[in-house]
Write a protein that binds this ligand. Sequence first.
Ligand code: SMO
Length: 763
Amino acid sequence: MKFGVGQPFRRVEDIRFITGQGHYTDDYRFEGEAYAALARSSVAHGVLKGVDAEAARAMPGVLAVFTAEDLARDGIGTMPVTIVLDHAEGGRMPLPPRPLLATGKVRYLGEPLAFVVAESAQAAIEAAEVVEIVVDELPAVVVPDAAFAPGAPQLYEDAPGNLALHWSIGDLEAADAALAASERVISLALVNNRIVVSSLEPRNAIGLHDAETGDFTLVTGSQGSHMLRAWFFEAVFGLPPEKLRVITPDVGGGFGMKAVPYPEQALVLYAARALGRPVRWQSSRAEAFLSDTQGRDNRSLARLGVDREGRFTALTVETQASCGGALSAFGVYCPTLAGPPMAPGVYRIPVVATDVRIAYTNNAPMDAYRGAGRPEATYLIERLVDHAARELGLAPDDLRARNMIGAGEMPFTTATGLVYDSGDFESVMRAGMAAADWSGFGLRKAATGDGLMRGIGMAYYVERTGVPGKEGAVVEIGADGKVVLHVGTQSTGQGHETTYVQMLAEKLGVEPQHIQVRTGDTTQPMPSAGGTVASRTMVHGGGALKLAAEAAISEACAHAARMLDAPPEHLAFEDGLFRLAGTNRHLSLLDVAAHAGGISGTGDFEQLAGTFPNGVHVCEVAVEVETGRIHIERFTVVDDFGRVLNPLILAGQVHGGIAQGIGQAMTEHLVYDEETGQLLSGSFMDYGLPRADDLPFFDVSTQNVPCTTNPLGIKGAGEAGAIGAPPALVNAVIDALAPLGVRTLDMPLTPARVWEAIRAASV
Ligand code: SMO
């Protein structure tokens, strides 16, 4: 079998990982390292009177305890905000500064107060524990409702009413009028629960500083070293980006959470310069719960107008979201630019209005989590449409089919302004129903007699990936026959070393073992580089690879033409060989590269429009009425990813996404105490990650419609599983419990919550 595109090759990097040869940030060792730990706020909201570090400084092995005063004295800036928007009524959203270490107030549990550096990690941790916070505690608000209530405690003076941003699409009044003129209006209120990202490898950073040159180096887990550098260094240090080299080696999971910069990454650099030693920080799991950006957390009221024929007339969505106690770099992105444009999903809805109010609340900053806004949008529309079908007495597939945008209507512009380039939603839905044996469910349900209540549910997701932007790649074909591919996207476990190699091996006609993928270093020769977010690696990075490979082939062709003493246009390149037309003369690419002393090609790719992966998730559940426990009996997915590069890696991506989606829907929930802002689910003892025995076998397949906005026809696949799974699962559980009168449920569907709903419905 040729190692080309479309083949189910096993991941070449897995040998490295499973034999312990992975090289993560923690595997770096530098001479003279010092270790850092953070003193973090033990209260969620209060006026900060002081940070007493005297006792900590006197602890054995302590080299320094840096406080906000030190940073101020040295002119250190604040954490930048990358997405800045205007309020719906005009005027820029407030941008209260987010210092690296708290000043004036503390606004969430775990907010950094002081940076302790010591000779050992243990000494640093012990000293951090004796740093004293002097604080006048204030009442906390942890949900938007409470934050917006009259008289609520204010987090920031320049964000009156705790309003971070009020933002909208469309005209709510016009949409209300369209609703009023509709035959029926179906409403649904729901909560998208706050969750923690739980990367296998917690965050980390090692800072180095060269006193002679003034150059910094940062080794850190990220989703793209170039992107990370661009997003914080200049803002915090006031120095040009070239003064920092960022190295990101192997990374154990990012999921959006590691895309954004964090105070700790700046603090290790600051401390390295101050102390003249490399400074290492490694987050504990407990710190990850407190200080990683968290995901989702919004509440919406949606209204859907339906006419006499069951066609949608209008949709309004009013949302309250939280950005936490400080704005992360993309803190307002998910509930604005990312989610709301996707509100109509795969349906033809002529009038759509969305309105979101984002609150400052006393909990950890919010940011992207696998899907970033799109899961929230899909959850809303797919719960709403399912709910509407039940209210209208229509089959869920029937109501969907009546309203789905047809394959013949592509490209389709939604009322929210997105242009779906391609897709055949109804065919994919039917394929998913066939794969799930939807029509056989009634028999399966009747046949069991085990007393469990069974239900089946579907969700049809569409998401926008490949958000317009640039990405570069460089191909170097050495005189020694070794091929190096430089890319700026970053694997955090997705298998880039395999998929990129598959693409390049096919393009160049060289053996895959000769190709090496290099990534994660800002000193790489890249024309432009972003990173891995929004399922963009194969869309953008693949596009860049194609251009770079073609540039290398073109350079080699010119050289081969000189070697063969023929015009280049008489040469044809195929399977790694340049053949001279009309003769049997040929030269291999590698021979040409050897003769030329090396060949290289650069690709600077710009994706101009979004790509829209879509598909159907079908879930079948059995619910124990006595306990509320849910058993997932079948889970079937049919996706349209445009084009498949490696079906094995693709399945892994979808499986992992489903597991995370099911986790959010069934077990995961961050709970902050409503009065004190203390985190009540701050460890895996209280926070339920899904386990293997919570999950069924997944039946995953594709039915692809090539993407027309990407030269390779690719639609991104990294986030899809996490987007489709939650509404499919909840719809299935509602279907099971509908005979008891249960009409809606909010995630997570823990046994306690399901049992309560069953009891409440039966009285
Ligand atoms: S949630 Mo992603 O890294 O756009």
